[in-house]
Design a protein around this ligand. Structure first.
Ligand code: ADP
Length: 498
């Protein structure tokens, strides 16, 4: 099939979270399966430090928005170790900025304009590049207008009536909600500002727009696909999603095993696999302890955390539980890597100031350090309030680092709790919080500490069960192919039926 994937993030060009990992890996897998895939994304400032050569093209794309003509140039590259082309929509005023979506003051004020422009420029890029296209695969709210444009034949390109659109929701909490006064920036007429289209409580909602107009909707785990149809996790869109239930599929993310493999990972001081993980992990643990000035003991459990410092990830509980363990003299060591919400920066810095002997803190984004933490920690903590799929727990499993998680969304689909039955069967791979609160977190961590200390043979089995699970992209890519084929067939059946 001919697939055009539209995204704002793709490894190695631009990344704030899991969306980038998915959009860097899935196209390569699809291409390996014989599909013709092209990626379209904005030329953010970050793309120039990706280490991939980027070429200019002489194609320029003019987009008129509220009487002003914005012009983008197209630049191009390929995804690493592949021939998958990536085209960048290069409009420096809109995309050449320090961050992707906002700065310390909050979201960029012109995000509605930026991503309306991007979405319209992508349509022009398909036309100008004469890309053969059966499927346009959009991702998250930034691309939510694209299915609406295609469905309403905005710009009126001839390929629009043949193409089927798929929207993947990587995180329902980010919806691209704007004042209705910005509707003209999207180019859509006021007749579309209605509850079954772009309107959401008298505002404009770009994710909802995508959900309503896409021919198929996917999200990144089976459990999350169920959860987002409930009031608890639906973020106000549960009704809209429930109405689309027949076209909604949960497909778990895979991991890019070329990048995340302890046997070849260039960031590690020692590479290892299932046959020598004890020595390999011990060296990486020592390295991490030395880097952060922690006591280089093998005995104390080392807990790793990597992630956005956002409420979603359960940092409130983490900070409380950390304070409990640190202040009561528990020897457990902690290494934290993250950036985001200022209040968590402040609370973690205070703790690190008091307990620097057992808490190593890096407030920033560091891919290399993320790899070293996955390898050097004994336990990886991920008590997310909700988690569409989650990648870090998958990396942890592969790196022999036992995940302790809140069983929600993808975390419950991918980690098997160490209940006595699962331990006896040999299927356990991690620990669940019994309740989503500080006590639940302390209890789960205490259970993990205790098994590590008192039942090393069970602990070893948990590590090895996790390391042998297969999370490579192959299987997930097949599921996307099935969605593409079904959606395209349905679309063509519907066209013939007309
Ligand atoms: P989300 O997409 O919600 O942020 P995921 O677990 O799906 O969470 O993916 C997060 C990705 O971003 C992982 O690859 C993780 O290693 C990476 N990441 C998050 N924060 C940082 C950071 N501060 N430094 C390096 N990598 C990070």
């Amino acid at each position: 099939m001919n697939i055009v994937l539209i995204t704002t993030e793709a490894v190695p060009f631009a990344k704030t979270g899991g969306l980038a990992d998915v959009c860097g890996a899935l196209p390569v897998q699809l291409a390996n399966h014989g599909h013709n895939v092209t990626v379209l994304m904005p030329a953010f400032r970050q793309i120039h430090s990706a280490g991939q050569p980027i070429s200019e093209t002489d194609i320029s794309l003019p987009v008129d928005i509220e009487g002003h003509r914005w012009t983008a140039r197209l630049a191009s590259s390929t995804l690493p170790d592949s021939e998958v082309p990536v085209y960048f929509i290069d409009q420096p005023d809109l995309f050449d900025r320090p961050q992707l979506y906002g700065d310390e003051h909050g979201d960029y004020q012109d995000n509605c304009l930026r991503f309306s422009f991007f979405s319209q420029a992508c349509l022009q890029a398909i036309e100008r590049l004469k890309l053969p296209v059966d499927i346009v695969h959009c991702n998250d709210w930034q691309t939510g207008l694209v299915p609406a444009y295609i469905s309403t034949r905005f710009g009126d390109y001839s390929w629009m009536d043949r193409v089927a659109t798929v929207l993947t929701i990587h995180n329902l909490a980010y919806q691209g909600v704007f004042s209705k006064h910005l509707l003209p920036q999207t180019g859509m007429g006021w007749e579309h500002f209605r509850p079954d289209e772009l309107e959401f409580y008298d505002q404009l909602n770009l994710l909802k727009t995508g959900i309503v107009f896409a021919d198929a909707v996917t999200t990144v785990s089976a459990r999350y696909a169920e959860e987002i149809q409930t009031e608890q996790h639906g973020c106000g869109l549960q009704g809209v999603l429930h109405r689309r239930a027949a076209s909604l599929t949960g497909i778990p993310n895979g991991i890019d095993t070329a990048i995340w493999d302890p046997a070849t990972d260039p960031h590690l001081v020692a590479n290892y696999s299932i046959s020598n993980w004890q020595e390999g992990k011990a060296s990486n643990k020592r390295d991490l302890q030395e880097t952060f000035g922690l006591n280089p003991t093998a005995d104390a459990p080392l807990i790793g955390l990597v992630g956005r410092l956002a409420e979603q990830k359960g940092w409130g509980l983490v900070i409380e539980a950390m304070r409990h363990f640190l202040s009561t003299g528990n020897p457990a060591q902690w290494v934290v890597l993250g950036t985001g919400d200022r209040r968590y920066h402040a609370a973690l810095s205070r703790l690190a100031g008091h307990y620097g002997d057992r808490l190593g803190l890096h407030l920033g984004f560091s891919d290399a350090l993320a790899h070293r933490i996955e390898a050097g920690a004994d336990i990886f903590l991920m008590p997310s309030r909700y988690e569409p799929c989650g990648l870090n727990q998958l990396y942890s499993l592969r790196y022999g680092t036992v995940p302790v998680v809140n069983p929600t969304g993808g975390l419950s689909d991918t980690v098997v709790d160490a209940t006595s039955q699962h331990v006896t069967e040999g299927t356990a791979t991690g620990f669940y919080l019994p309740t989503f609160d500080t006590y639940g977190l302390i209890e789960a961590l205490s259970a993990a500490f205790s098994m590590r200390r008192n039942s090393p043979e069970k602990w070893t089995q948990i590590i090895q069960s996790g390391m042998t699970r297969d999370w490579s992209w192959g299987r997930s890519a097949v599921r996307y192919e099935q969605v593409y084929e079904k959606t395209s067939a349905r679309k063509h059946g519907a066209l013939r039926g007309h």
